[in-house]
Design a protein around this ligand. Structure first.
Ligand SMILES: [Zn+2]
Length: 442
């Protein structure tokens, strides 16, 4: 009985030892599996993830194995490939941080520069031309493609400058861009538009200068050039006479009679502006109360009818549409104006008839023209012509900073009686340097 139980005990101990050994063996096998086999499998999984473009999985696995089986090198390669992929899909910011972190690995340095340029290119596409140009100009020559981006930004900025009415500025930028794709065509169109704006204020010599470099193929440039060979542009004067015919000695009325030329004009018609001045016209205020006559009809080259808003005579209080008849002398040195009924063209009884003489003093004539043009500029600015927007102080009109190449809205105004310029906050120092600002301060 005793023997039996001893042998049972022996068996039991043997079994226990066997179990322990098995557990130990299993643990060892598991350890081998964990230490050697699992990493191999995991790293193999990482490699296939990398090959299939699952960069994040590859990066996660490689980053867990330190230098084991060169996981650190594979990690760099996975990060590099992820960065390359980000770069190609236009995720420049993320690509840039990865390539920067990989500094020295393969061509990461060059790729980082490529990503930086890509990032700036995105800013250009978003319209931040000046911001992009500041960044581009700070880059060294190691950035391949930098110059092309500078041109792209400058071209974009020129388009914007043209759009906000800074036409001369846009033109000089486009001239500097030379053969850049689209620059010549835009330059021609900007110059044409500039000429049209100058014609809107009847600045014939200014328009002629600008049109001289616009090809015939641009809109009706050739026709306009032809019309500008001999525009009518005379300033006349007479003693101030009210609608009832009473004169006021010492007060002079001025009449600017000029051609009206613009897009689509095929033959010359005339326009007129009128204002009066006590003594010699003052450049600071002349033209502010100008009467604007609009061409109506002309039966012959010397007889012209204009419509205007005003009063026909002393009894006319409705201030409705009136008609002014102009008869020029053969030599154009004098003119007679009279108020006529707009439908019958017969002279209004008791209304004034005035005889005008051509002003030969060019200083006076130029002051008169400048005064009328200032008034026209303000009217055009108010009706949405961006080129003349800064001529008005209306808050309903958008004014742009006058500093070259600045595309910001201007809120700081420097002005005197005859001119006005707007500056943005960024150019506050330029504003403070403006001589009109110190003169404005009390
Ligand atoms: Zn500015």
């Amino acid at each position: 009985m005793k023997n039996k139980s001893r042998s049972k005990q022996k068996n039991h101990r043997r079994n226990r030892r066997t179990t322990a050994l098995l557990v130990l063996l299993l643990a060892a096998a598991l350890a081998v599996l964990l230490i050697a086999v699992v990493p191999v499998l995991r790293l193999r999984h990482a490699a296939s993830a990398l090959a299939s473009g699952d960069y994040d999985t590859a990066i996660l696995i490689y980053s867990q194995y330190g230098t084991l089986y060169s996981a650190d090198e594979h990690l760099k390669e996975a990060q590099y490939q992820k960065a390359v992929s980000l770069l190609s899909e236009g995720s420049y910011s993320d690509a840039l941080s990865l390539f920067t972190a990989l500094s020295g690995y393969r061509d990461s340095g060059d790729r980082a520069k490529e990503a930086e340029l890509g990032l700036i290119s995105t800013e250009i596409d978003g319209g931040d031309y000046n911001g992009a140009l500041t960044k581009l100009n700070a880059l060294d020559d190691g950035y391949t493609g930098k110059d092309a981006l500078i041109q792209k930004a400058k071209f974009g900025r020129a388009q914007l400058l043209a759009g906000i009415g800074k036409l001369e500025n846009a033109a000089s930028e486009l001239e500097a861009l030379g053969d850049y794709d689209g620059a010549k065509d835009l330059l021609n169109s900007v110059r044409y538009n500039l000429a049209i704006d100058l014609l809107a204020i009847s600045d014939f010599s200014g328009a002629k200068d600008v049109l001289s470099s616009v090809p015939d193929s641009v809109s009706d440039a050739a026709t306009l050039r032809g019309l500008l060979d001999a525009p009518f542009d005379g300033v006349y004067q007479c003693v101030y006479t009210d609608t009832a015919g009473r004169t006021e000695p010492g007060v002079t009325s001025y009449l600017w009679i000029h051609s009206v030329i613009g897009t689509g004009t095929t033959s010359t018609v005339l326009g007129m502006q009128e204002d009066f001045s006590e003594g010699t016209p003052d450049a600071a205020s002349f033209g502010t109360a100008a009467l604007n006559y609009v061409y109506y009809q002309n039966p012959d080259a010397l007889t012209w009818y204009f419509s205007y808003a005003g009063s026909k005579d002393d009894s006319d209080t409705d201030g409705g549409d009136c008609c002014e008849k102009l008869v020029l002398s053969d030599d154009m040195k004098s003119a007679v104006t009279s108020i006529v009924d707009s439908s019958t063209r017969k002279e209004v009884t008791n209304a004034r008839t005035r005889t005008w003489a051509l002003v030969t003093d060019t200083t006076v004539a130029d002051t008169v023209r400048a005064g009328f043009r200032n008034r026209l500029k303000q009217d055009l600015g108010m009706t949405g012509n961006a080129y003349f927007a800064d001529a008005t102080n209306s808050t309903a009109v958008t004014h742009y900073c006058c500093v070259d190449n600045c595309t910001n809205v201007g809120t700081l105004v420097a002005e005197d009686a005859v001119s006005r310029s707007y500056y943005c906050e960024e150019h506050r120092s330029e504003y403070e340097k403006d001589s009109r600002v110190s003169a404005q301060e009390p």
